[in-house]
Design a protein around this ligand. Structure first.
Ligand SMILES: [Zn+2]
Length: 143
């Protein structure tokens, strides 16, 4: 299992720190429950703009296997996440960021868990009920 990677979000962004890992999905506490196999490359890079706004550039790429809800067989699924997440330090800041179009903001405290952050983003992007295309389940008699 991966150790929790906890950072001070403010320092992480201001110092333009980065963290990256290439790991099997079974090493992620929550992803191990969703995927039967696969590996992910994850990178988180901190950024601070001239006005003091903090953001993280998040990259998660990989090929994983989900369980088809119809036949319970394995189903390949590509993860391709490239996005910027804005960090709000107060409720007011969060409201302001939420009003921006296409903004992806999270409220952070003194400590930010990077493994959890990556897991949240991956889980948010998953289909609710993954299924092979109708009639394409590889198991005979599954329909
Ligand atoms: Zn299926």
């Amino acid at each position: 299992m991966l150790q929790a990677i906890e950072v001070d979000p403010r320092r992480f962004c201001k110092d333009a720190q980065s963290w990256e890992i290439q790991s099997d999905v079974s090493a992620f506490p929550r992803l191990a429950l969703e995927f039967t196999q696969g590996a992910l490359f994850c990178r988180v890079v901190g950024r601070a703009d001239a006005l003091g706004g903090l953001s993280l550039k998040l990259t998660v790429h990989g090929q994983v296997e989900l369980t088809c809800q119809r036949c319970l067989g394995g189903m390949p699924h590509a993860i391709e996440i490239d996005r910027t997440v804005y960090l709000a330090r107060t409720e007011t800041e969060m409201e302001r960021l939420d009003e921006m179009p296409d903004s992806d903001a999270i409220l952070v405290g003194e400590i930010l868990g990077l493994v959890e952050l990556v897991e949240d983003e991956v889980l948010l992007g998953l289909p609710m009920a993954p299924m092979h295309e109708k009639g394409k389940c590889p198991v005979i008699g599954a329909e």
